[in-house]
Design a protein around this ligand. Structure first.
Ligand code: MF3
Ligand code: CO
Ligand code: CO
Length: 254
């Protein structure tokens, strides 16, 4: 299969390196979340994130990626993904999606989460976040040796749609290794028992993007920010997993 041959399977040694990159990425994501307070700008958060990364011997992977000008993505409310940090101030009740990525000893970590600034969610925000978290977990549970990629995508889609929300079609997860984005693309929607088979040595960054309104998205004029077309809320959760002979391991525990 042509598609399979482009997938770089990782040796146990490489999985060790990705585990280290993933672990540091997860720790920094949690530490960064702790720093979020209303009144700060998203640029403040970016500066803190870059310091945290460099302090751990990591190099930001988003910075200069296809010209991206920051070390993190800070997507608020109706922003789905890839919003560039800037002068905008966070306020209580904002739904913030934080996505961070870095190289550690030449291997990539990439992980994201969504939460409410100040911690007090409305019932709708809470339901959307819960659907996103459960969707990602369902996709991880389906990422079993011998299952197929469609099983993973289908699990993700099912949880989101059962909750009455919608997955984004145009973006998804991906293989990850020495490059942030490797084959295969992992869509947030799919049919069971379709797609390539999961084999030992695959490392995937699974990502769910769920919108409260419709699945439709638009891009803004900066060329990066992805927004819901209808202005409804959106969440983004991402974790890296390794498919190994002794099971599926989460490389970014948080
Ligand atoms: N981290 C994103 C992903 O999960 C990619 C961000 S690319 C950037 O795949 F350039 F926007 F940072
Ligand atoms: Co990411
Ligand atoms: Co990713």
């Amino acid at each position: 299969m042509a598609q399979t041959s482009r997938i770089e399977l990782k040796s146990p040694r490489e999985i060790d390196l990705l585990r280290k990159a993933g672990q540091i990425s997860a720790e920094i994501l949690l530490a960064l979340k702790e720093k979020v307070v209303s009144g700060m700008t998203t640029k403040d958060l970016d500066i803190i994130a870059e310091k945290m990364m460099r302090g751990r011997g990591a190099v930001p992977s988003f910075l200069n990626y296809r010209g991206y000008p920051a070390s993190v993505c800070t997507s608020i409310n109706d922003e789905v993904v890839h919003a560039i940090p800037g002068k905008r101030r966070l306020k209580e009740g904002d739904l913030l999606s934080l996505d961070i990525g870095m190289f550690v000893d030449d291997y990539c970590g990439d992980t994201a989460t969504s939460f409410i600034v100040g911690g007090k969610a409305t019932p709708e925000q809470e339901r959307l976040m819960q659907a996103g978290r459960e969707s990602l977990q369902a996709s991880i549970d389906a990422a079993l040796l011998g299952n197929r990629l469609g099983d993973v995508s289908h699990a993700m889609q099912s949880v989101v749609e059962k909750a009455g929300f919608h997955v984004v079609r145009e973006y998804g997860g991906h293989g990850i290794g020495r490059a942030m984005h490797e084959e295969p693309h992992v869509a947030c929607y799919g049919a069971p028992q379709t797609g390539i088979r999961l084999v030992e040595g695959m490392v995937l960054a699974l990502e769910v993007m769920a919108n409260a309104g419709t699945a439709a998205i638009v891009h803004n004029s900066d060329g990066w920010t992805v927004l819901t077309a209808d202005g409804s809320l959106s969440v983004h959760y991402e974790k890296m997993v390794a498919i190994t002979s002794h099971g599926t391991e989460i490389l970014t525990p948080h």
